[in-house]
Design a binder for this molecule. Structure first.
Ligand SMILES: Cc1cc2nc3c(=O)[nH]c(=O)nc-3n(C[C@H](O)[C@H](O)[C@H](O)COP(=O)(O)O)c2cc1C
Length: 407
């Protein structure tokens, strides 16, 4: 895959449409869609679009920097690649390709518990700074063994996802028969046949090199049908995850600990009191609780509560560099990007993912030029937010002056 063949990808939506034509329908929908009626995907976007940035006129913007300090290190860009299960189905060795793209851009890559490629292989194949995302398994001893593996493989940041206490309702996956372990069905077979390029370059290669793709971090028993029956209960996502688990992970994990999926200032304060280093304000890209608020709605209050002492990252809905500026103007210290880089990955492996990273970076620096910001530090304090959003109740607010039109 040459970088020239990606020249027609000018924005994330271009990459999304290319991904749609390349991936089997069931896989594309797994990546692209959300939960239930997908209202939270729609509102994530609508709320980001509603954030208007007020340009400061007549600023010399010849030199602009989009570098940011995230988790103790200065990065050339203020975002990381979010953990996404089954990236390894989007492209052959997809997680390795994402890690290489992240490494080449100098940003972190977060490996999912449900990765198709094991963190040890990703670490050996790329120079990326790896974070490890953790889902809590019912059998905590098996989970702690996985955490130890992640540390031994070189991950120094553990991202505990806390926004999925129960299984999300994604009906299209059931209709499409999509799930891991992959199931053989006439419908899935036809879907694959209709996408021969994916069938040959991803599935066939995977089958030849390592067999049917499955979750690489699950114990080996999980890979046999009988073994799966015996351990699947132990590896099911725990429904009894509490702050005790956070305390225990904090006690065991020597590196940075991040909680992903925080919506409320009181939980953010509690995270801080547990010794957590950062939180991610996220509704999982609209994939879990469809009635959850978007990051735009809750970020300012959370940032006000804790950003003097812990980092506040945010994700869900980022499709343009301007969205990163919007979230950072609302108080995020950095951003995660999920689907955008997956779409890029589907278009061209490492080059496609890198192209999307570059597009987002370029759009961000353009946005900064327009608003008269020469560094991301200047977005703090919300001075670039249009007044109505920066401060909902102002002296001129009609609620205060009694000028409400009840018509
Ligand atoms: C296909 C896919 C798989 C995902 N898998 C995980 C996962 O394994 N663990 C996790 O914490 N979040 C997972 N997420 C959520 C992302 O980490 C991130 O929160 C979300 O994608 C951000 O929204 P965006 O896709 O609009 O950028 C997944 C998202 C997608 C799209």
């Amino acid at each position: 895959m040459s970088t020239r063949s990606l020249e027609h990808i000018l924005n994330v939506e271009d990459a999304r449409l290319a991904a749609k034509s390349r991936l089997p329908h069931g896989l594309f929908e797994y990546v692209d869609r959300g939960a239930e009626d997908e209202t939270s995907i729609i509102s994530n976007r609508a709320q980001l679009d509603a954030i208007r940035l007020s340009p400061l006129a007549l600023v010399d913007v010849t030199e602009r920097s989009v570098s940011a300090n995230i988790l103790g290190r200065t990065r050339p860009l203020p975002f990381a690649i979010a953990p996404t299960a089954v990236a390894g189905l989007v492209w052959f060795d997809g997680e390795i390709e994402l890690a290489k793209a992240a490494a080449s851009a100098g940003i972190p890559f977060c490996v999912s518990t449900q990765s198709i490629t094991a963190i040890e292989r990703i670490a050996a194949a790329s120079d990326a700074e790896l974070w490890f995302q953790l889902y809590v398994w019912r059998n905590r001893q098996r989970m702690f063994a996985l955490v130890d593996r992640a540390w031994a493989a070189g991950a120094q940041t553990l991202v505990l996802t806390v926004d999925n206490p129960v299984t999300p309702n994604r009906e299209y996956n059931r209709r499409n028969g999509f799930g891991i372990p992959l199931r053989v069905s006439a419908r899935a077979g036809l879907d694959v046949l209709l996408h021969p390029r994916w069938a040959f370059t991803v599935m066939l290669r995977a089958l030849i090199t390592s067999g049917i793709p499955t979750y690489a971090h699950y114990p080996p028993e999980f890979r046999t049908r009988l073994g799966r029956i015996s351990v699947s209960d132990e590896l099911a996502f725990a429904t009894d995850v509490t702050w005790d688990d956070v305390h225990e992970l904090r006690r065991r994990w020597p590196g940075k600990l991040v909680l992903k999926g925080i919506f409320r200032p009181d939980d953010a304060l509690r995270a801080r009191s547990c010794g957590v280093d950062a939180i991610v304000v996220s509704n999982h890209g609209g994939r879990n609780l469809d009635s959850a608020p978007g990051p735009v709605e809750v970020l300012p209050a959370i940032a006000d509560a804790v950003s003097d002492s812990i980092e506040v990252l945010a994700d869900s809905g980022v499709r343009r560099g301007a969205d990163i500026a919007r979230l950072m103007s609302l108080g995020a210290t950095g951003v995660l990007v999920g689907r955008a880089t997956l779409y890029g990955l589907a278009c061209g492996g490492v080059h496609g993912a890198r192209r999307v990273i570059d597009i987002l970076g370029h759009e961000l620096i353009t946005t900064m030029g327009f608003i008269g910001a020469t560094s991301l530090e200047q977005l703090k304090g919300r001075s670039f937010l249009h007044q109505r959003l920066a401060s909902p109740v102002t002296a001129a607010d009609p609620h205060e002056t009694g000028e409400i039109d009840h018509g």
